[in-house]
Design a protein around this ligand. Sequence first.
Ligand SMILES: CCC[C@H]1O[C@@H](n2cnc3c(N)ncnc32)[C@H](O)[C@@H]1O
Length: 481
Amino acid sequence: MELKNKKWDLDKFMEFRKEVLQQWPTGKEVDLQEAIAYQKKLGEEKIMAEKLQEAKENEETLIQPRAGVALIEEHIELLKFLRDKGKTDLLPTTIDSYTRQNNYKEAEAGIKESSDEGRSMLNGFPAVNHGVINCRKVVEALDAPLQVRHGTPDARLLAEITLAGGFTDYEGGGISYNIPYAKDVSIEQTLYDWQYVDRLVGYYQEQGVRINREPFGPLTGTLVPPSISHSIAIIEGLLAAEQGVKNLTLGYGQCGNLVQDVAAIKSLEELAQEYLKDYDNIMLTTVFHQWMGGFPQDEAQSFGVISWGAATAALSKATKVIVKTPHEALGIPTKEANAEGLRATKQLINMLKNQELVSNTKLAKEKEMIKKETKQILERVFELGAGDLAQGTVKAFQAGVLDIPFAPSKYNAGNLLPARDDNGAVRYLNHGNLPFSDEVVEFNKQKLEARGEEEAREPSFQMVIDDIYAIGKGMLVGRPR
Ligand SMILES: CCC[C@H]1O[C@@H](n2cnc3c(N)ncnc32)[C@H](O)[C@@H]1O
């Protein structure tokens, strides 16, 4: 495999498809020309890129849950419930963990067990096993766009089947669905496999079918500093654009301090526009994920966290917000709890319509620092790759220049230590091998020292631990007892 950030030529791509479509019997159902014709016949209400573009133009923030169950009819019923009772604008299909590991045999067993037991024995929808025809049943039963949400390092067959099946949006990327999701899958391999996915989307695009792509913004979802999250999102966006992707949603996971989070969404948009400027007609949108870390057990407190994420999403003017539920601390939510999270979110979005956070020096400073940090990281990634972004990304992880806090992957250096400052903004306690200027290092250090003074303790790993548990315990900053 020779990884380089270059658009795959068509015959190489078509050659690879033969092997991919044989990985499970349902691959035989994919006929690309027929699938393109099918996608072109879909009603506008099912095209994600259309809905996102309209929301962006109207400065609306759309809402979307996560949801997925094993069997087709039950999955349709669940999604209809979230539309009717949750008032959701956009629909997901969360894919089960076996499918995410390409373990279609276990997924098959899970389908059988689910029909025997009369309840979902999988933690998502096994789209590969169900195949193209059954995906189309889901798409045709709903009146909103459907996005595939998963966590799959090798997502090639899943993409072939769900896109042929009428899904119009596909989440993930070669970093964001590897490093936070896998222990021992090489970055080179997943970058290569995701070039295939993006080349498939690029092919649909060139045939006139708009498929939206959304790198997984939150990564490990625990105290991920905005500049790390942005670096990964922009790299995945650039790699996708090189393969012909035109509709991109870049994302970010809520940290919890309002000014930092609003600055994060605004800087993400501005940075992405700058880095993507050499690609024409990119339709760029943003997604804000409500807090992805530990949640309170108590449902009333959970609604507080959900509402704070909803308010921040609205004030940041993100194009869409991914909604949590009051069952977050317990596990997969009931459809009722999922709908409650959506209704609470919709209430805040509606109440904050036409309001925005007054731009002030604090917001400007946060944007400035996020941009500086992100640019310093990306500049080194390009250097390491001698101008090739894909090669640079592999080398950057080896050098710890890209480093995601609390990631399970053995290819991740794991030197970073984030902690909250006195206002709850996430700062670098230890920036590892990130190529930061003295000014950036000093800025982060001072912010954490100021908290240390308030708490009469040295900035330390204990702060990191306290912050990880803080929201679950009803706080934002993990104060000493
Ligand atoms: C990003 C992955 C973690 C989040 O994804 C939710 N999640 C996972 N699987 C399902 C599912 N099948 N239905 C509804 N939510 C689901 C978890 O609760 C958590 O918030």
